[in-house]
Design a protein around this ligand. Sequence first.
Ligand SMILES: Nc1nc2c(ncn2[C@@H]2O[C@H](COP(=O)(O)OP(=O)(O)OP(=O)(O)O)[C@@H](O)[C@H]2O)c(=O)[nH]1
Ligand SMILES: [Mg+2]
Length: 322
Amino acid sequence: VTSPRSAPAELFAAARAGDRVALARLLSAVERGGPEAQVVGRLSFPLSGDAHTIGVTGAPGSGKSSLTNALASVARAGAERLAVLAVDPSSPFTGGAILGDRVRMQEHATDDGVFIRSMASRGNPGGLALATPQAMRVLDAVGWPWIVVETVGVGQAEVAIAGEADTTVVVVNPGWGDAVQANKAGLMETADLFVVNKADRPGASDTRRDILQMLELSDLGGWEPPVVETVAVDGTGCEQLWAEIGRHRRHLHDSGELVERRQRRLANELAGVLQHEIAAEVKARLVNPDMAALHDDVVAGRLDPYQAAQRMLEGILPRHDA
Ligand SMILES: Nc1nc2c(ncn2[C@@H]2O[C@H](COP(=O)(O)OP(=O)(O)OP(=O)(O)O)[C@@H](O)[C@H]2O)c(=O)[nH]1
Ligand SMILES: [Mg+2]
């Protein structure tokens, strides 16, 4: 049994034994960031890598949560265990959208085989871009084999977070054609699978055809992203969607692309962490009189920002050639 003061290692052991409260507390630590999050990250890293992660992105209201809920039902029908992370990069608060998610996921609330967690950027200095992969790693390390990350909204940040999964699902609705054009470059590269949700409305097959046509124009290598029509609210097409996710997973394993993708993701994550740490280090040293003097010189127009930044970095980082 863990207490409110339990150390990360204790929480970690409890979470691995199935304690959901301990798992929630680990995820809260990751969400807050800071030294405790680093300990959690260190504990989870060597134990992760078995889970298959699925990013779900798409415009607000396109049905991501309803789809995730339907996928959870399909997964459970096959006795698969699934964790859901609902990420809201745009807001420091978990607002109405995530409250709505809770309602839509209600039917799984008492199921031990489903874990649902929402994350907002609540004061974490590294932001959700850094916290999300760490949270996914915690879920992976404590034994969740399927992890769905739903991002709210469809800005650059959301697409980037959803793209940090093994399989990225882009959700659109019938009549989305114009938005497809606008977002073409980014989304075509990111999507492993398209879903035309709300297929109970007119125009779904036209939208599906538009997407397939655009995919023909772009060469994506060995995998041709399927376009699945669904009605998330009654489950239509969701078994097919789950099957396509499984097919993509096998493709990643068999082609060796899984290894490549994960290496690329780790390299990106390292670059992000470094950037964040260096920025934090610089900020912390700005109180130093030499640094403050350089800062004042720039603000007063006596020194250009590039020279000032160079001198500041020389004051912080040891030179390689020294
Ligand atoms: N007719 C119809 N309505 C749907 C379908 N899927 C979802 N909806 C409805 O669309 C609305 C939005 O669904 P959500 O699942 O919350 O969409 P979301 O993409 O998670 O929304 P955000 O998280 O706010 O971006 C809800 O009222 C759903 O009931 C569908 O297949 N057909
Ligand atoms: Mg949602």
